[in-house]
Design a protein around this ligand. Structure first.
Ligand code: ATP
Ligand code: MG
Length: 426
C-alpha cells in the first residue's frame, strides 16, 4: 500500500468534532455584524502580488518573508491573500463601491502566511473581519471596538483585554520617525539585522520586532503619543470617551504599532494570556491612507480582523470539546421490504419536520448491530421498521436516552410527536 499523503506543513484539517465551536463563533459573529448594519462581501483568495506589497508595506514581516507568492502559468505574479483588508479595498475600487458611498462590510475565510507553525500559528488560518469605509468620525472606530467587545460577551469569553494606541497622521508620524531614527542610531550595536535594515526606510517596524533581545532597547525608545498632532489626539480621546460610555475598558499601550504599514490614528489589539505565546486574538485600526494608496479617492476607513483558530481555542477552554453532533432520529430496519420502506420514511420525516436530523445507519446490517450504532450515534430516538410494523403500517419509536417503552405510531402520529418533542434542536 502507498504511504498516505500528509497535509502541507502548517495547513490544518478542521474536523467534524470541532464544527460546533466554529459554528458558534461564525453564527454569533454573523448575527452581530448584521445587527450593526454590516454587509457580507466575498473576495478572491488570490490577488496580484502588487496589491499586498503596495498596501501591507515592503518592509513588513508579511511581505518580506511570509507571503505565498508564485508566477501563474501566464507569467503574472500572484499571492495567496495574507489578510483581507487589501482585497476588500481592491474589491470596492474594482466595483465602484466607494463612489459617493460609504460601506460597512464583513468578510470571512482562509489567509495564508508562511510563518513558523506552532500552536495557534498556522500557515493557513482563518479570519473574520470587518471594514467601515468612508467614515472619519471617532464614533466608527468606537463602534467597531464595542462590536468586538460585544462578540466576546455573547461568546462568553472573559479572558481578553484591549490595548489601544494612536499612530497619528503620516505627518506627525514623520516627526516621530526622525526621533526614533536618532534614538536607534545611538544604539546601532544593539540592533539585529532586521532592525538595521528597517532603520532607514521604516523605523516604526523596529517597534514591532518579536526578537526578545531587542525588548529592552525598544522599551527605552521615545513614544509616539508625545508627537501626536492635535486633531489625532482629539480623535483618540473621543474614541476613549465613547468606549468608556459603553463600559469597554482599554489599556493605552504607546508601543503598539501593528504589523502592517497602512494604519493611521487608532490601532488596537485584543489580547489573551490563555493561549501561550499566541496572545493576539483580534486586531485592527484606522487606515485613512490605504484607499488612495491603492488608486482610489482619499477615503477614511477603519477595520479589524479576528483569528478564528485562536478564538475557537478560547471557546474550547471555556466549553470543552464539543464532539460530533448527534442526530435526532436513527432509522433501523429489518428485512429487505422494511429497508425499502425505511428509506422513504426517512425522506418523509425530513420533509415534514425540517429541523430534524435523520440518519440511516447501515440498513443491511442485523437488527442488533443497527441498534448498537443507533445508540452510539447519540440519537435521541430510534425509529424501527420491521415485519410487524410493515404489516400494520406503523413505525416503532424507541427513546434511546431515557428508559421508556417503544411506541407504535403511524406516520402522522410520529411526525406530530417528533415535531413537539420539547428538546428538539432548532
Ligand atoms: P501575531 O502578532 O500573533 O503574529 P498579527 O499581528 O500578525 O498577529 P494580524 O495580521 O493583525 O495578526 O491578524 C489578525 C488576527 O489573526 C490576529 O490577531 C491573530 O488572532 C490571527 N492570526 C494572525 N496570524 C495568524 C497565524 N499565522 N495563525 C493563526 N492566527 C493568526
Ligand atoms: Mg504576525
Amino acid at each position: 500500500m502507498a504511504t498516505p499523503l500528509q497535509p502541507v506543513r502548517g495547513m490544518n484539517d478542521i474536523l467534524p468534532q470541532d464544527e460546533a465551536l466554529w459554528e458558534k463563533l461564525e453564527s454569533t459573529a454573523e448575527a452581530l455584524f448584521r445587527a450593526y448594519g454590516y454587509h457580507r462581501i466575498r473576495i478572491p483568495v488570490i490577488e496580484r502580488t502588487e496589491l499586498f506589497s503596495r498596501s501591507i508595506g515592503e518592509l513588513t514581516d508579511i511581505v518580506e518573508k511570509e507571503m505565498y507568492t508564485f508566477e501563474d502559468r501566464g507569467g503574472d505574479s500572484v499571492t495567496l491573500r495574507p489578510e483581507a483588508t487589501a482585497g476588500v479595498v481592491r474589491a470596492c475600487l474594482s466595483n465602484g463601491l466607494l463612489h459617493n458611498q460609504q460601506q460597512k462590510l464583513w468578510c470571512s475565510g482562509p489567509m495564508f502566511r508562511r510563518e513558523k507553525p506552532q500552536k495557534g500559528r498556522y500557515r493557513q488560518f482563518h479570519q473574520l473581519s470587518v471594514e467601515a469605509l468612508g467614515f472619519d468620525e471617532p464614533e466608527i472606530d468606537a463602534e467597531l471596538i464595542v462590536m468586538s467587545a460585544r462578540l466576546w460577551r455573547e461568546l462568553g469569553l472573559d479572558h481578553v483585554r484591549l490595548e489601544m494606541n494612536s499612530l497619528g497622521t503620516p505627518e506627525s508620524r514623520a516627526v516621530y520617525k526622525d526621533a526614533l531614527v536618532r534614538y536607534f542610531s545611538r544604539h546601532l550595536d544593539a540592533l539585529d539585522a532586521d532592525s538595521l535594515r528597517r532603520l532607514e526606510r521604516n523605523p516604526l517596524r523596529i517597534l514591532d520586532s518579536k526578537n526578545p533581545d531587542m525588548a529592552e532597547l525598544i522599551a527605552g525608545a521615545p513614544v509616539l503619543t508625545e508627537h501626536l498632532d492635535d486633531a489625532s489626539r482629539a480623535h483618540f480621546e473621543r474614541v476613549q470617551q465613547l468606549l468608556g460610555d459603553c463600559g469597554v475598558e482599554a489599556e493605552l499601550n504607546p508601543r503598539l504599532v501593528r504589523g502592517l504599514d497602512y494604519y493611521t490614528r487608532t490601532v488596537f489589539e485584543w489580547l489573551t494570556d490563555r493561549l501561550g505565546a499566541q496572545s493576539a486574538v483580534c486586531s485592527g485600526g484606522r487606515y485613512d491612507g490605504l484607499v488612495a494608496q491603492l488608486g482610489g479617492r482619499d477615503t477614511p476607513a477603519v477595520g479589524w480582523a479576528l483569528g478564528v483558530e485562536r478564538i475557537v481555542e478560547l471557546l474550547r477552554l471555556e466549553e470543552g470539546d464539543p464532539g460530533i453532533r448527534a442526530p435526532d432520529v436513527f432509522i433501523v430496519s429489518v428485512g429487505d421490504a422494511a429497508r425499502r420502506a425505511a428509506f422513504a420514511a426517512a425522506e418523509q420525516l425530513r420533509s415534514r419536520v425540517p429541523a430534524l436530523t435523520v440518519s440511516i445507519g447501515a440498513p443491511a446490517a442485523g437488527f442488533k448491530a443497527q441498534m448498537r450504532r443507533a445508540d452510539k450515534s447519540g440519537a435521541r430516538y430510534a425509529v424501527i421498521i420491521g415485519d410487524d410494523e410493515l404489516a400494520a403500517g406503523t413505525l416503532g419509536l424507541k427513546p434511546l436516552r431515557v428508559d421508556a417503552p417503544q411506541q407504535s405510531l403511524n406516520l402522522e402520529q410520529l411526525v406530530s410527536q417528533l415535531s413537539s418533542a420539547p428538546e428538539r434542536r432548532e
